[in-house]
Design a protein around this ligand. Structure first.
Ligand code: G3P
Ligand code: CA
Length: 287
């Protein structure tokens, strides 16, 4: 923090709980999002797909993952199973578990029986929890999971996917606190065309692809979100020159978070919102 003191920077800093708080509770579930609210996060990051009956479902994969999901009879989903959310009604999705098996990559994650929620259920649960607990309402950073080779088979085409999510956000009354993010530029274009007032983030795997992606997009979203290990200060500066904010994903070690803050990022997406306080302590000690 050479240019600015932490006390000047951090009140606006956009800490985001990745998939809620994946490091400690099952990803993209209501308990994980509620847990994340215990920490100084401003935003909940989540992923959405679509069910057969056209409901927006909170899930990283548009299928039941063989890594983390269990079938209604309690047995694990197998790699050979094909359980596409786009071919399952919401009621059927509710019969699958997404939390009992834990996650090998996150050994501290608490196991619990929990289903994938709809976006509506999730937002209503969060807003109610905040009101009951006098907690500031969070922002929502919602990633539409889409790839061109998935269109119509695994997820809707971009225009339909964008329309479904935008309508849900309007119905839920969270438009002013929502950002939509996507790796698929056609989805971002559809969102911007249907609702130019909708906040969006350009998601990329490699930060250096920033200029090319922006040219193809033909509009400038307010946020740029690259994989954090591909980012450097020169890129942060050039994104800022475009008037955009930089929110990298997904940094989990406190040393990595401190390096990103030093580079001048505007927020950090982390699986461990419970580590934010340690980062803030470090910054206070540098003052
Ligand atoms: O916010 C962006 C980040 O979540 C993208 O990666 O695979 O965790 O959805 P992924
Ligand atoms: Ca995501």
């Amino acid at each position: 923090m050479k240019d600015k003191a932490p006390k000047d920077v951090l009140p606006q800093f956009d800490w985001q709980g990745h998939r809620g708080a994946r490091g400690i509770l099952p990803e993209n579930t209501i308990p994980a999002f509620i847990k994340a609210l215990e920490f100084p996060i401003k935003t909940l990051e989540l992923d959405v797909v679509v069910s057969k009956d056209q409901k927006v479902i909170v899930s990283h994969e548009p299928w039941m993952s063989h890594h983390i999901c269990s079938k209604p009879d309690g047995t694990p989903v197998l790699e050979t199973d094909t359980l596409l959310t786009y071919e399952m009604d919401y009621a059927s999705i509710q019969t699958y578990d997404a939390g009992m098996r834990g996650n090998e990559r996150f050994p501290a994650q608490q196991k619990m029986k929990v289903a994938k929620p709809s976006l509506k259920e999730m937002v209503q649960a969060i807003e109610q929890h905040c009101q009951q607990n006098n907690r500031a309402l969070p922002y929502y950073n919602i990633e539409l999971k889409s790839r061109p080779d998935w269109y119509e088979k695994i997820v809707p085409v971009p225009e339909k996917f964008a329309a479904l999510v935008i309508q849900e956000i309007k119905d839920l009354g969270i438009h002013a606190r929502t950002n939509l993010q996507c790796f698929d530029l056609d989805v971002l274009k559809a969102i911007h065309q249907q609702d130019p007032s909708m906040s969006t983030a350009l998601l990329v795997e490699k930060a250096a692809t920033f200029e090319v992606a922006l040219q193809e997009l033909k509009f400038t979203p307010p946020f740029f979100s690259p994989y954090f290990l591909t980012l450097n200060k020169a890129i942060v500066d050039s994104v800022h020159e475009r008037g955009m904010k930089v929110i990298p994903w997904t940094a989990n070690e406190t040393t990595q978070m401190l390096e990103l803050i030093e580079m001048g990022v505007d927020g950090i997406i982390t699986d461990y919102p419970n580590r934010i306080e340690a980062v803030l302590d470090s910054l206070r000690m540098q003052e």
